[in-house]
Design a protein around this ligand. Structure first.
Ligand SMILES: Cc1ncc(COP(=O)(O)O)c(C=O)c1O
Length: 372
């Protein structure tokens, strides 16, 4: 694609840091792992950070560490990446899908409480597209019902809720660092928590169920190899050093898109400012107005691509995916999720996108909307 959907920003310092690790004999479980974990816990303001090889493995370890298993229910949004529900199913628990609110596309707190049953154990709050979810109400509901709150902050490093960084405001949280994210490790994720028991458990499960203090090859429970290499961590350390300027750049790009598209009556733009919340821009997602159908959205999607502009259609609702439809999970309709999912267009969004490219994307989009 002439204008890609995303692109990581890799500097010479990043490359030097990575090659620096390659010149040592500590490619994994070396000094960069602890350094990356300390840098993340300091940045997020969490007591503990445990780096893993993806956001998905981080979510899985959260579910496992909280003892969630067969027969348990976990409330999750369906308007998100499938990993969120998969992590629940890896432990044979049931994801129960809850609808979202249209403004921020995050879980609708007023629907969360209605979905709670005697089997519910946890709520996974996703900060969708880097926009913080309504945590105060969700934490209150969770406390009232004795539920865990897992923050899926995979798309939201650096986002803030009432002046505090998201991720460690619930019981445990996860960040992800795939190359389309605000900062990247290539592949990777980090679990953060202020609960030392959860931290200990996650650390152990990451490395085949082995206690850090235990003798070599002493495994006290069934664990995984979810380790991340020092090569990935070195990249993460360098990227994290620049996070403030990266987030500023991304905010400027989001504002440029909003300025250019603002007058279009056929588009619903994402909010650029929310009271008591700081958005960490992961992607810029517009929605077509209600007068459009999904087929027109899909036509625009294909036409943009034909013109060399990559666009996305996030998210295809999880509860409508064949792998979930067949599994017989409870699937009441989710009208807000279904409506918005059929109208979204994700626009090219990366640190080095040029002004002319933003203008071209907007112009092409507006022209296509007129012809759709
Ligand atoms: C909301 C959300 N949760 C979980 C993940 C999983 O992260 P990973 O791709 O690193 O496994 C992603 C990845 O994009 C995500 O967007």
């Amino acid at each position: 694609m002439r204008i890609p959907l995303s692109a990581p920003e890799i500097t010479e310092q990043d490359i030097e840091a990575v090659t620096g690790v390659l010149r040592t004999s500590s490619l994994s479980l070396g000094p960069k792992l602890g350094e990356f974990e300390r840098a993340i816990s300091h940045y997020v303001g969490a007591a503990d950070a445990i780096a893993v090889n993806s956001g998905t493995s981080g979510l899985h370890l959260c579910i496992r560490a909280l003892g969630i298993s067969e027969g348990d229910e976990v409330l999750v949004p369906a308007f998100t990446f499938i990993a969120v529900a998969n992590a629940v199913r890896y432990e044979r628990a049931t994801p129960v899908f809850v609808d979202i609110e249209p403004r921020t596309l995050n879980l609708d707190p007023s629907l969360v409480e209605q979905a709670i049953t005697s089997r519910t154990r946890a709520i996974v709050v996703v900060h969708t597209f880097g926009c913080p979810a309504e945590l105060t109400s969700i934490l209150q509901i969770a406390r009232r019902h004795g539920l865990f709150v897992i923050e899926d902050a995979c798309e939201a490093i650096g986002a803030e809720y009432e002046g505090r960084k998201v991720g460690a405001l619930g019981d445990v949280g996860v960040f992800a660092f795939y190359p389309n994210k605000q900062i990247t490790t290539g592949e990777g994720g980090v679990v953060v928590t202020n609960n030392s028991e959860i931290a200990l458990k996650v650390r152990k499960l990451r490395n085949q169920g082995r206690d850090d203090s235990a003798e070599w090859f002493q495994h006290t429970e069934l664990g995984y190899n979810y380790r991340i290499s020092d090569i990935n961590c070195a990249l993460g350390i360098e990227q994290l050093k620049r996070i403030d300027s990266i987030l500023d750049k991304r905010e400027a790009i989001a504002r440029a898109y909003s300025r250019t598209l603002d007058a279009d009556p056929d588009l619903v733009l994402p909010p650029t400012a929310l009271l008591h919340r700081k958005i960490s821009w992961f992607v810029y997602v517009v929605r077509l107005s209600d007068r459009f159908e999904e087929v027109q959205r899909d036509w625009i999607f294909h036409e943009m691509k034909l013109r060399g502009i990559a666009v996305g259609r996030y998210f295809a609702p999880i509860h409508l995916q064949p792998v979930y439809r067949l599994s017989g999970e409870r699937k009441a309709g989710l009208p807000v999720t279904e409506l918005h999912a059929s109208r979204t267009l994700v626009l090219p969004f990366f640190n080095r996108i040029r002004e002319e490219e933003i203008d071209e994307v907007c112009q092409t989009l507006v022209e296509l909307i007129r012809s759709a």
